[in-house]
Structures are given as C-alpha cells and as structure tokens.
Write a protein that binds this ligand. Sequence first.
Ligand code: SAM
Length: 229
Amino acid sequence: MTHDETVEVRVVETEDGSRTLYLPGMDETYHSTHGAMTESSHVYIQNGLDFWLGENPGAKSVRVFEMGLGTGTNALLAMDWCERTGCAVKFYTVEKFPLSETLMREYWGDTVYAERSEALHASAWEQWVDIPLSSAPFSVFKHKRDIQEAQVPDTVDVVFWDAFGPNKQEGVWGVELFQPMYDAMLEGGVFVTYSAAGDVKRALQQVGFGVKKLDGPPYKRHMLLAQKV
Ligand SMILES: C[S@@+](CC[C@H](N)C(=O)[O-])C[C@H]1O[C@@H](n2cnc3c(N)ncnc32)[C@H](O)[C@@H]1O
C-alpha cells in the first residue's frame, strides 16, 4: 500500500504556483506553502549542490543522500542541476511512505517535470536506475526503509535532510541519524536542511559538523548548512 492509499493526502497550490502535499492528519505540508519549488531550489540546489560545486570546481560527479523522496521535487531539481552544470549525480534517497504513481501523475501531470517524474516514480526500488537526461548522467537509488534502519552508502558528498518538521514527527532528526551522514562524508561534505531549529543545529554540532545559519527561502528566516571540517 502506498501512503496516499492509507492516509488522506491533498494536493495544494503554493504561492509560486508549484504544488505541495498537505497531510490533514498531521497538519503538515511536504514543502513551504510560500513556494514549494522556490524552497527546494533555495535550500537544496543553491545552498547544497551549487555550494558544494563551488568548493569542488570541475568535479565530474556528486553523490547525494536524501532523507525523504516524497514527491521527488528535490530529485527533479537535481536533474535540472545535473544538466545545467554537466556534473553527474548519483542520487540515493530514503523513503518510508512512498506515494502512488497515480498521485504523482496527477501532481506533476501538466508540468515540464511530468516525463521525468514518471521515470523517477516508476523506477525500481533498491537498485541504481539511470534516468535519461540530455547531458550528464543521473542515476537514482530509491531505498524503501525507515530512516532509522536505512543503509547509508559508503561515501556521500551532499545530504538533503528533508524530513517532516521536528515539531511534527519524532525520530527523524537527531544525533544518531546525523552521525552516519557525517561518517560517510569526506572533509568538505555538505549537509543542508530547511530547518533552523535549535535542537537540530545542536545535534549537527554534536556529531562534529561546522554549522551555519543561512537566509531561508521567502517567509522563512533561516535554514542550516552544516559542513564536515
Ligand atoms: C517534508 S516531506 C519531503 C519530501 C520530499 N523531499 C519532497 O520534496 O516531496 C518528508 C518525507 O519524509 C518521509 N518520511 C517520513 N518519515 C520517514 C521515516 N521514518 N523514514 C523515511 N522517510 C520518512 C515522508 O514520507 C515524506 O516523503
């Protein structure tokens, strides 16, 4: 059973015209209602991938770890980034509550992401799958598991931590989950998240990251960028 077959999920429009999902049972959205794509681009693409590439100019490939595939917004934006920069992406993503292909067709259906979303959401779990792009290679590994039990790849360059808010869901933020991320990174590895919560910041510092508060996306004062130093 997929998540939307077991709980009520509503598609809602956000202020930049892109969509997000709303879970009434949790009173939580998958993205900022002030702009879903704007938030994802700001936090994960600009402050995650662009920042990492700025520090690793000329890099030919990057290994991403994402907590929470959800709608695939970050993966689809990472595909755009891959084409724009020519840097290959290996995108490893963990999801406990997959969404149905039917819902994802409705969600992305009349957008430029429809075809790639279809390829992403229809791709097999637990194996690397190539998503055809016009320039650099993009491959995705979808790992269907609770983040608490997830296998972490040997090496990770950039982490997208896109869990539901720490005030909404327990067990998806904290030292015991951040430690394996830190351990899988080389020096200079980057961890980005939309949350700027004090507990999240302290947990990242506790495992050894240097943590900076950056400007957040519209209507969100801050976000966090952590780096292995
Ligand atoms: C804030 S949403 C973001 C999803 C996605 N990045 C997107 O842009 O749509 C959080 C995601 O984490 C997933 N999730 C929640 N609890 C989880 C857990 N314990 N382990 C793995 N994934 C989980 C949810 O199903 C959801 O897809």
